[in-house]
Structures are given as C-alpha cells and as structure tokens.
Design a protein. Structure first.
Lengths: 338, 338
DNA sequence: TTGTAAGCGTTATCAC
DNA sequence: GTGATAACGCTTACAA
C-alpha cells in the first residue's frame, strides 16, 4: 500500500485519457461523452480519487468555504441560529468554517485573517466589522452578509429580524392585556437586536406614557442570559410600584426571572404579571416556563442569509439588499391571548 | 483601486527582496535578519497581504482545517460540546470546518469527501465511520479522533467519557438513597454513550437484582430529548409497581419527564422519587429542574480531543491512544446527597 | 542570510 | 469531444 494520494493524472493514466478530460468529467457543466465519463469515474472510484480542493481553489480563486462568524456560542439563540446556518450552508453545497470572535478587540484582525481562505463568503452574526474591513472584503471580492448587526451598510447585504416591530408587538400585547406598569429588561451590554427591541417597545408606548395611561421603566441585567434574569428579579419585584407587565429582550433572561420569581411569589401572583420574552428559543416552550414570546424565525433567517450570499455570488454587482424578517407573537401561559 | 489581491511577489517587489524571502518572513521557524523581516512586514501591511492558504495547502499537502463531524445539533449536549471543540480548535491555531452527518446512510460518502480538503485532522462526535473509511484516512495521512463512538479502533485515537462508570455512579447513588424500584430510561435509538451508561447501570445492580433486594426495568422513549421524556412519563408513572428511583441517560429526557410529572404528582410525591440525569447540560442547573446528574465534562473532553489530534500531528506514528474521561456525580435537588 | 527555480494538482485556453 | 499547455501563489531544496 502506497502512501500516495491519487491525482487526476493517475486517474487519467488508468482511464487512458488526458488529465484535462478527468478534470472535465468532474465538472457537470462540461460536455463529455458518456462513455468517457463512465470510464473516468470507474478509474477514479478504483483509485479512491478525490478532487484536491486546494488546487481547485488556487485556480478558481475561490474556495467553497463560507465563514460563519459568531461569538458567545453559550447564547442559546445564537447557538440555534448557527446550527441552522451550518445546515443551510451545507445544503447549498458549500462548507461552513466557523469562527468565534468573542474577543472584541481583535475582531478586525480576525476577520482580515479570513481572507487567507479565499472564502466564497462570510456571514457575520456577532461582532460588528469596521468600515475598513468591509472595504477589504469588497476589494477581495468576498461577499459579506450581516445578520442582526446594523441598520445600514455600504458594503454588505443585510438580513435582520424586524427587531423594532418585535418590541412593538410586545408593547401592544401588554397593552391589550390591560397592563399599566411596564418594564423592559435587557442586558447591560446589549446586542444590536436588543437595542432595537427596546427602542421599538418604548416608541410604541410613547403616546400612552405621555398621557399617563401607562408607566414604563427600563431595567438592565448584568448578563444577557438565565443568570442575568435570575439575579435581576429582586430589583424588579421590589419596586415600589410593582410591575404588571414585563418584556424581556431575550427568552433566557425571562426564564431566569421566572425561576427566581417562583420562589418569592405565589402562582397566582406570578400569573397576574404579564411576561413576554423574545426569540422563542427551545427552552421557551418547556412546560416549566411556557413563555409567551416574540419568535425570531431562526430557520427562515438562516435560509435568507445563505440565499442572499448565493445570490450575490451569482450576481456580484447587483444592488445591495436589505431583508427584514417578520417576528411573530407566540402566546403561551405567561401572557394569555384574549 | 485595483481588484488585485496582493501576493508574496507583490510584497517582495515593494520590500525589495525576493519572493522566497517574503515566504520565509512569515514562517517563524525560518532564520531571517530582523531588518529584512521588518521591511517585509511593513510592505505586507501596506498592501494588506495575507498568505494564500490554498497555495500553502497545495505545497504542504495539509491545510490547517480540522473537520468536526457531528449530527443532530439539536441535541443540547452535542451542541455544547461542538462549541467547546470549536474554541479549542481555534485556540490551537487551526480552523474548524463543521460537518453535519444527520443522514446516516451517506456518512461514509460524506466522510470520504472530507479528504478533498487536506484536513489536518477529523474529530468525529457522531456517526460511526466504517473500517474502510478509517483505512482511507490513514492512507491519506489524516488523523482521526473518535469521541464517544466506540470502545476500540484500529485506526483512530479515542476519547470517551467513562460512560459505564457514569451509569454505575447513578446506580450507586440510588442504592445509597435507599431506592428499591428502579428504572433506566434511554431513547429507542440510543447513542453509543447511552448504551454504555445503561450497561454500567445494570451491571452494578446485578447482585442486588439477583437476591431480590432491588428491582429494575428498562424504559425506552421515542426520542432522546425533552419531548421523549415528557411523553414517556405516563408509562413510568402508571407502572403497577411505581418506581422510586430513575436514571435518565440524558438530562433533557429527565427534564421532559419532570415537567410531565409535575402535572400529575404533588411536589412531595415527586420529591420522593430519586431522579438522576446524565451530562449536566446547562438546563440541568436551572431552578425549575435543579437536576441531580452525572456530569460529562465537555470542556475537558474537547481539550483532550484536540490535544490528542495535535499530538498525533506531532508524532504521527506513535501508538494509538485511548483516553477515558471521568464522570462526576453532581447532587442537586432531584436526589439529595446523604 | 538571501536568491533562483522547481514543483504542488487543478482549471482554462486553445488547438485539433 | 479531447489533448497539450499555461497559469494560480506558495514552500523548499540548492546555490551563492
């Protein structure tokens, strides 16, 4: 047994054709006689031949790798979303190369290093790249898709949840349920999504606040996760004017709050507070929480992101596109539908 | 602005050195005068030069990509583990390329296709590759690490949780708590880990079962997740001899069971049942569940997996290594420590 | 320490 | 439809 990996030249020799014919046989767009292709495939099979992607990339100046940039994979929604992206990328015939940019200081440098791989594209779901980096990718011909990162970009396609409307939906639902004393909760270090959700929530409330019909406060938790919600519960429940309606910018914050609140309040007391989360992560529907929430359709967004990338690969100079995905209110038991 | 990407030749021209000097400047092992290297770096910086990995891979016959093979990213432990792997791979200077092999029929084909990328290695956490594939990787010089896939392999290094001992620990804890009527729950379509856990659990019980001190049954749920546990609750709670001790092979099955059981049993009734999960996923410590469990140390296992890979890269012909990581019993409220 | 030159395995261009 | 042949951008002897 030789340690040598079969190349197209080896296959060519065995099949009795030229090397370029072998290459063409593996390109579905090339016109090759059926007989020849069969002979080539047989020889390839026999030798266990696989195309060398490095060589292919070198000449095509483009690999079939897609950079998936994320951070803080501990965040459940990000994690769920990353998985959908991985699936979508794979289904489109490309390969996902994941990059974690938890270190916010080095993000530009990290992103720049991605250019070593001649990526087909980059989908950025965390960390906001600087203008400079955007230009660098453009120059390199690598399309970038920004997901829930910003309202506008001169260099990249955008896929966003309609975060402002998500916040608005939460406000409407609480108002409809007759809640008067409201609180929005977000992490001290909020994502772009959270900021927009809060903004949408408060914007919709504006007229009600002005005429004094409704009162609203913002509360911040240390971390945007279960623990953050758990620990912020005391502050929320101890307020002099106890809230009867809560909007949490992330489901897990809401779940943490719920667990802490269960220890202090009776079931009926807790039930009298209207609680809405956001994202609709897997946890939200678990019976212990059964959280009313604004769903961010992860699968749709992943599909849209990859589709956007593929489209730009096909039409490199088409106009930049911004897509806004609609959120959906899911009623569960923490705020009943009317 | 030109659309051209800078190559080492461009850098060389600007720095006034040869192309090979540029190449050497970016190789920390090459001896280059400090002055030259500085000049090269300055030129590279100015041109935004990045090494072309495709060209590098072609000549080195090895990319810095590591294939991370997984399936069913919906499974929380797998998901958490994948994230740790991604971090570890990245920290080691390599890049993770994730591959989902949910489709069990095509796994051999899928794995084979990985050879196109001249991977530095493959870490397989789901799906069991055939002998043939193992040999193919060996021939190609691509090391493979199998995580929780099998007891023995002739071709690959192995990192396993001590699953049998994990099951044994659960059995011991239930016995110690004085439980007599036990049930082990696993998915109908179990992973290697689950099989070994059940085996370890039942093996330890053997003597007690024979002298009639303790009774034990196996119960199977349709799916190895929250819903599986939720739906299997009825069968468990309706048994003629109600169980007082339960071992679930996966935490999420236990949590699903707990949520269903809360609807049928009073708190004290539920408390009288000893319940142990396995893995210690994030959910297990949430207050609504607060699940006693056998921890699978994901971070340690990810570290061990990547370290094993790096070690084999360094010493390709060293003896195959099998590592067994120790599980740990975490007492929480579903089974109190004595 | 630095330069010259020979590949690596593919795709693409051009003949035939 | 098929076969030569020239890149692609790097690393690595070998020379100087």
């Amino acid at each position: 047994m030789t340690k040598h990996t079969a190349t197209s030249a080896d296959v060519a020799a065995l099949a009795g054709v030229s090397q370029s014919t072998v290459s063409r046989s593996f390109d579905s767009n090339s016109r090759i006689s059926v007989a020849t292709r069969q002979r080539v495939f047989a020889a390839a099979e026999q030798l266990g031949y696989q195309i060398n992607k490095a060589a292919q990339t070198m000449i095509k100046k483009r690999s079939d790798l897609v950079g998936l940039v994320t951070a803080g994979l501990e965040d459940p929604f990000r994690s769920e979303f990353l998985h959908k992206l991985i699936i979508e990328v794979q289904n489109s015939g490309l390969r996902p190369m994941v990059m974690d940019v938890s270190n916010r200081e080095t993000i530009d440098e990290d992103l720049h290093s991605l250019m070593q791989y001649q990526l087909s594209g980059v989908i950025i779901t965390s960390g906001t790249p600087s203008e400079k980096i955007g230009k660098a990718f453009i120059k390199h011909g690598t399309p970038v898709v920004l997901v829930n990162r910003t309202e506008h970009s001169d260099d990249a396609d955008i896929v966003n949840l309609d975060n402002a409307t998500a916040g608005e939906m939460a406000a409407k639902a609480l108002i409809k349920a007759g809640k008067k004393q409201l609180i929005v909760v977000r992490a001290k270090n909020p994502s772009f999504s959270s900021i927009m959700r809060v903004k949408g929530f408060l914007n919709h409330l504006q007229p009600y606040l002005q005429n004094g019909q409704i009162h609203a406060n913002e509360v911040f938790c240390d971390t945007g996760n279960y623990d953050g919600g758990y620990h912020v519960a005391e502050q929320i429940l101890n307020a002099t004017n106890p809230a009867d309606g809560l909007f949490f910018c992330m489901d897990h914050i809401a779940c943490g709050f719920l667990d802490a609140a269960k220890k202090r309040l009776s079931t009926s007391e807790l039930m009298s507070i209207g609680i809405i989360g956001c994202d609709d992560v897997a946890l939200a529907r678990y019976q212990s929480y059964d959280l009313t929430t604004i769903r961010q359709p992860a699968a749709d967004m992943a599909k849209a992101s990859v589709q956007t990338l593929l489209n730009r690969l096909k039409y490199p100079s088409s106009a930049l596109k911004k897509q806004t995905i609609t959120a959906e209110l899911i009623y569960r038991s923490t705020l009943a539908a009317h």
